[in-house]
Design a protein around this ligand. Structure first.
Ligand SMILES: Nc1nc2c(ncn2[C@@H]2O[C@H](COP(=O)(O)OP(=O)(O)OP(=O)(O)O)[C@@H](O)[C@H]2O)c(=O)[nH]1
Ligand SMILES: [Mg+2]
Length: 313
């Protein structure tokens, strides 16, 4: 695992209960009591998977692999189907790039700058509070920058999270230029020898061109101080979003170099399957997942454990 020390499998498992119900329990019901898995049953499983936001390509692959397996293996039992689905789901995340943070890498690149972007209400500010808390627990100095100057009271919200996490904040008034906040927080971080800078940005609909362009400006401005910054640009996506998540990734990718995704609100959604679809199509790693509203409810993403949790074991 990475640098968080808060992993709680039971919390992840219970958070994913609805997603599990939609995917796994439905498949179990379909195959229970059947002596053999015939083609009709496979078609039913295919439908369940398609309706669970996993995405057509991934589903096709699962079903195709299962057909091959079931042709060659005598045992057409429940176990094999479940295993095929599980293996395929884990392999969706198998595209190389490291998914968790490494403490040494962060310290080496001090101040390590993380820019947080996403549409309105996705969970950006909450995620920043949780990230700050975990980084601080790992012994890092953290500062957050309130570059959401668009919405009134947005900085107060971040201020509350900064206090909860016990980290510093740089903020300006409502209506200030977000780039200037980003600049100031990095300048402060350099002066005060701070390890991690996390920058909050305004929620922006991905089809609002001028707001999207503002993100490019923030990046240009901070690069005047730190040519390599931001080290990470994380797109926060609400786990309830379903199919629209793909459009969000596409549009934000056009104006920023997304390095990772944060999928929030996985507790309580039945649409958690969308993670598979995004990763399969966009090849951007999921770095963190939100499993509740509390400060300790952000976990580093681990594909194998995530799939285990969906399966409930
Ligand atoms: N259940 C649950 N709620 C979450 C999670 N993450 C965020 N929320 C809630 O989602 C709502 C919106 O969160 P914010 O962090 O304000 O979202 P934002 O992206 O900063 O929103 P804007 O600044 O308005 O664009 C809040 O009520 C949070 O408590 C999560 O992982 N689980
Ligand atoms: Mg916010």
């Amino acid at each position: 695992m990475g640098i968080f020390n808060n992993f709680n499998f039971d919390k992840l498992k219970s958070g994913l209960a609805k997603t599990r119900n939609k995917i796994i329990n439905s498949i179990s019901e379909t195959i229970s009591g059947k002596a053999v898995i015939d083609d009709k049953t496979l078609d039913e499983i295919e439908e369940i998977l398609i309706s669970s936001d996993i995405g057509f390509d991934t589903v096709e692959k699962i079903i195709e692999d299962s057909r091959v397996q079931l042709k060659t293996e005598k045992d057409r039992s429940e176990l094999n189907i479940m295993k095929a689905v599980k293996n395929e789901l884990v392999s969706v995340f198998d595209f190389g790039s490291p998914q968790v943070n490494d403490l040494d890498n962060i310290k080496k690149n001090k101040p390590y700058v993380i820019l947080i972007v996403g549409i309105n209400g996705a969970g950006k500010t909450t995620t920043i509070g949780k990230l700050a808390h975990n980084f601080k627990n790992a012994g890092l100095n953290v500062i957050v920058g309130a570059a959401d100057t668009f919405r009134a009271a947005a900085n107060e919200q971040l201020d509350i999270w900064a206090k909860r996490a016990g980290v510093e904040i740089v903020q300006k008034g409502h209506g200030a230029d977000p780039s200037s906040v980003a600049y100031d927080v990095i300048e402060t971080a350099i002066k005060s020898s701070i390890d991690v800078v996390i920058i909050d940005t305004a929620g922006r609909l991905h089809n609002k061109t001028h707001l999207m362009e503002e993100l490019s400006k923030i990046k240009r401005v901070i690069q005047k101080l730190l040519p390599g910054a931001p080290n990470e640009t994380l797109l926060v996506i609400d786990g309830n979003t379903g199919q629209n998540a793909l459009a969000q990734v596409e549009e934000f990718s056009k104006v920023t170099d997304l390095t990772g995704l944060v999928i929030t609100k996985l507790d309580g959604t039945a649409k958690g399957g969308v993670i598979f679809q995004i990763c399969q199509k966009q090849k951007i790693p999921v770095k963190y997942i939100g499993v509740g509203e509390g400060i300790d409810d952000l976990q580093e993403f681990d594909a194998k454990l995530f799939v285990d949790a969906i399966f409930g074991n």
